[in-house]
Design a protein around this ligand. Structure first.
Ligand SMILES: C[S@@+](CC[C@H](N)C(=O)[O-])C[C@H]1O[C@@H](n2cnc3c(N)ncnc32)[C@H](O)[C@@H]1O
Length: 224
């Protein structure tokens, strides 16, 4: 979607995508990446594209990881720090602003204005409601950009939704396993960790009469 769409959502507080708790799939599947057991003892630095004010960043930080989010909306970033009582510093780095607290840094600005040099320390990533935030016409550009930013060998989780797209206007947009495999396999090794029925947990889809909704979790590894 274009930036104005998301700024309007944050202005109007239409934040149906925001969870008031840590995503249960993150809690269930992040340990499967075995990042805590890194034998070299090096820091785990997790990139969270289109992070919003997700509490998932707190979960990752609580696990001892460093988090680097990217979020377009200044309102979202300010709310993340204020709602979690996190004192922070702001550094203007045209065209973005860098918000920093102890273990969480958020680059506030357009993902497409970021450069790979800013991601050299990244070795993990987490995409929830980011890939599926893009309509099909913009999705490949997003995949190309995160593929350019995420360093080789980085490991991450991708969470997607799939449903008959004609039944509902996104976002979130339907992304099938076939789409993921076809369009992301050049850049990532992909393993499907789970795929489950998610209809009853998503009242908006039920209300709109969407006949089925599945949620998938993938383990991804950036190819060298
Ligand atoms: C569907 S929300 C998901 C937020 C978060 N991942 C979560 O799970 O709550 C998508 C977020 O992406 C942000 N966004 C959209 N386009 C962006 C862009 N070009 N660069 C950075 N952030 C963007 C929006 O402001 C919005 O907060």
């Amino acid at each position: 979607m274009e930036p104005g769409f998301w700024h309007d959502k944050w202005d109007a507080k239409h934040l149906g995508f925001h969870l008031g708790e840590v995503n249960v799939l993150l809690i269930k599947y992040w340990p499967e990446l075995a990042l805590d057991n890194d034998s070299s003892g090096c820091d785990i630095n997790v990139f969270v594209p289109l992070c919003g004010k997700s509490l998932d960043m707190c979960y990752l930080a609580d696990r001892g990881h460093n988090v680097l989010g990217c979020e377009l909306s200044q309102k979202a970033v300010e709310q993340f720090f204020s709602e979690n009582n996190l004192p922070h510093q702001i550094e203007p780095l045209e065209p973005i602003n860098k918000f920093t607290t102890e273990q969480v840094t958020i680059l506030q600005g357009d993902l497409f204005s970021l450069a790979p040099e800013q991601f050299s320390e990244i070795n993990a990533f987490y995409d929830r409601a980011a890939l599926i935030a893009w309509p099909e016409s913009m999705r490949l550009a997003y995949v190309e950009q995160i593929s350019a930013l995420i360093p080789p060998k980085s490991i991450g989780l991708l969470i997607t939704l799939d449903y008959p797209q004609e039944a509902l206007k996104g976002p979130p947009f339907a992304v099938s396993e076939d789409w993921v495999m076809t369009n992301m396999s050049d850049a990532f090794e992909i393993e499907l960790l789970s795929c489950g029925d998610a209809l009853m947990d998503n009242q908006r889809f039920v209300n709109k009469g969407v006949p089925w909704l599945s949620e998938s979790v993938y383990k991804l590894k950036r190819r060298s």
